[in-house]
Design a protein around this ligand. Structure first.
Ligand code: HEC
Ligand code: HEC
Length: 337
């Protein structure tokens, strides 16, 4: 893609985003959340995270502000860690939209107030650094920065800043717009051909016909939705229900909630039936890996299932990295020896 068409596309994306938010900003001053999202239900905790503008005005030590800014910068442009911790064309903000602040787009502040907590995915108690490490290992197809390193501390500090004012530790409390809340079950079984049609009409312009997105001068313009530059088979969003919800509430960019639920399920099924880097939990056998993590995970993915005559995930391709599983992941034992 040449520079001119890149600017054209970026301009287009910026214009749709501006249109969505400004229309709303005129009517409701705060919260500045996308139109048409479901409303909070009775008893749900609603939080409007502070902005980077609020940070400049906040009465905090200059050094703390500096580290929060660094965390924000890493979150928005995680590509600066490409080849070190990130091995695909993603930023944290590719999925945690609106700087990690938006409800229904995986806002990250809840993690700062509910962790440490038990996590079924790795069957142990995780703190905030370990939760972030999970997204590095799967969503970014990479490996986490070292525990307690400058980058890890900057990221956790940014998460904590977004949680400003939220009461800590409210087990069982429902938080408005947390994660990517599940859509109602689809009326019709999600369908590949219907999903392909949605993709062509509403997604391909930005994410491209080969799903590879657009990266220009080391900057992610449009992230990859499948293939080597996308998230791997162990990423949370490779589950159909998670992707369907993300898409419904956030895509096409600038037109959140414009697809029907059925279209969101269909296009999610379509995207998540493409190949992507191997699940870091791979045992060497895709069917065995699927079975091992079936209940907690792969029951919701197409990994290890047949599509178009091929078994999805049956390969040794780990994308751009040269390892399968990051060796930094912690396995807790609590034995007394
Ligand atoms: C490819 C999409 C994707 C990318 C990129 C991504 N994440 Fe995530 N993240 C997810 C999904 C999916 C979840 C689980 C949400 C849910 O539980 O519904 C999640 C959850 C989280 C949570 C827990 C939120 C909570 O409610 O407890 C944190 C914290 C987090 N991510 C941080 C990060 C950071 C930091 C990065 C960048 C290093 C990142 N993520 C990159 C998809 C992504
Ligand atoms: C106008 C351009 C545009 C259109 C159209 C668009 N997207 Fe996106 N999409 C983006 C951008 C930009 C991001 C990253 C979010 C950010 O940086 O704010 C993104 C993020 C994503 C992500 C998470 C990151 C990743 O690559 O996995 C998925 C999945 C996704 N889009 C799917 C879709 C689907 C499905 C459609 C069609 C229904 C669609 N998008 C339409 C621009 C677009």
């Amino acid at each position: 893609m040449n520079k001119q068409s890149r600017f054209l596309l970026q301009g287009l994306a910026a214009a749709v985003v501006a249109a969505t938010f400004s229309a709303q900003a005129q009517t409701v001053k705060e919260p500045r959340f996308p139109v048409n999202n479901p409303q909070p239900v009775e008893g749900q905790y609603v939080h409007v995270p502070p902005t980077m503008q609020d940070l400049e005005e906040a009465d905090l030590h200059p050094e703390l502000k500096r580290v929060i800014r660094r965390g924000h910068d890493l979150f928005m442009n995680t590509q600066q860690l490409r080849g070190k911790n990130v091995f695909n064309s993603m930023n944290c903000s590719s999925c945690h939209m609106g700087e990690g602040r938006l409800p229904f787009a995986g806002p990250v502040w809840p993690a700062a107030v509910v962790l440490p907590n038990y996590r079924p995915k790795n069957d142990q108690v995780n703190n905030l650094e370990e939760r972030i490490a999970g997204c590095f290992s799967y969503s970014m197809n990479g490996k986490p920065p070292a525990w307690g390193s400058d980058d890890m501390v900057a990221l956790t500090t940014y998460h904590q800043w977004l949680a400003k004012g939220v009461p800590i530790y409210q087990p069982g409390k429902s938080m408005y717009g947390r994660g990517y809340p599940k859509l109602p079950d689809p009326e019709l079984k999600p369908d590949y051909a219907r999903g392909e049609q949605v993709y062509r009409e509403s997604c391909q312009l930005c994410h491209q016909a080969d799903g590879g997105g657009v990266v220009q001068d080391g900057e992610v313009v449009f992230p990859a939705v499948w293939g080597d530059k996308s998230y791997n088979w162990g990423a949370g969003i490779s589950r159909h229900f998670t992707l369907a919800s993300f898409v419904k509430h956030n895509m096409p960019l600038g037109r959140p909630n414009s697809l029907t639920d059925q279209q969101a399920w269909d296009v999610a099924y379509y995207i998540n039936n493409y190949e992507r880097p191997q699940d870091p939990r791979y045992t060497g056998d895709v069917k065995e890996t699927r079975a091992k993590y079936l209940d907690t995970f792969h029951v919701h993915t197409s990994y290890g299932l047949e599509h178009d005559g091929k078994l999805l995930g049956e390969h040794d391709n780990v994308g751009e990295k040269d390892f399968l599983k990051p060796d930094a992941l912690i396995r807790r034992t609590y034995t007394a020896d």
